[in-house]
Design a protein around this ligand. Structure first.
Ligand code: SAM
Length: 156
């Protein structure tokens, strides 16, 4: 049994993950989101990404887990399914997304962003083929945390 702590904020994120597709938990820290997804949903694969080696080493291994110790800006694979970047500042979120976009690796159908600073900069991000489809405010330990859900525009 995987151990995880599902805060109100993480529960709101998990509810919006496309569980039939892969999940990228970028800046995962203790990996609570990805671990919860592996335990509670049928998500086929979870990519845990963090730049801190000991955090990635400490994560419990799972057959549906992939573990990448690198800055999100240096991910080398196509990112599909749901991409989640939460719990970091707007600058980090933006540099990771720009890096993936500029290298043609951003293929996610949904992107969930949770900036800990300057939320208005994330709300107004221009993400080419994505539109802002939902905004949520969650109270976490007395702090307002914003979550932004961007979905890929369907071309018909
Ligand atoms: C406060 S934790 C957020 C954990 C989790 N995402 C959440 O919201 O509960 C921030 C994590 O982001 C990682 N991090 C910061 N910048 C990063 C980057 N550019 N690439 C990958 N990981 C990064 C840190 O090592 C840390 O583990």
């Amino acid at each position: 049994m995987l151990k995880f702590r599902l805060t109100k904020r993480l529960a709101q994120v998990l509810k919006r993950v496309h569980v039939e597709d892969e999940l990228w938990d970028v800046c995962c820290d203790h990996g609570y989101l990805g671990l919860a997804a592996l335990s509670l949903t049928t998500v086929p694969k979870v990519y845990f990404v963090d730049q801190v080696t000991h955090l990635i080493q400490a994560l419990p291994r799972h057959e549906r887990g992939q573990y990448i110790c690198a800055p999100g800006e240096e991910v080398k694979q196509e990112v599909k399914g749901t991409l989640v970047i939460i719990g970091v500042g707007d600058y980090t979120i933006t540099t990771i997304l720009r890096s993936l976009l500029n290298r043609g690796l951003l293929r996610a159908r949904r992107i969930i962003l949770g900036p800990h600073k300057n939320p208005e900069r994330i709300e107004n991000l221009d993400l080419r083929d994505y539109v802002l489809s939902e905004k949520i405010t969650v109270d976490e330990k007395g702090r307002e945390r914003k979550l932004y859900i961007f979905d890929k525009v369907q071309v018909v």
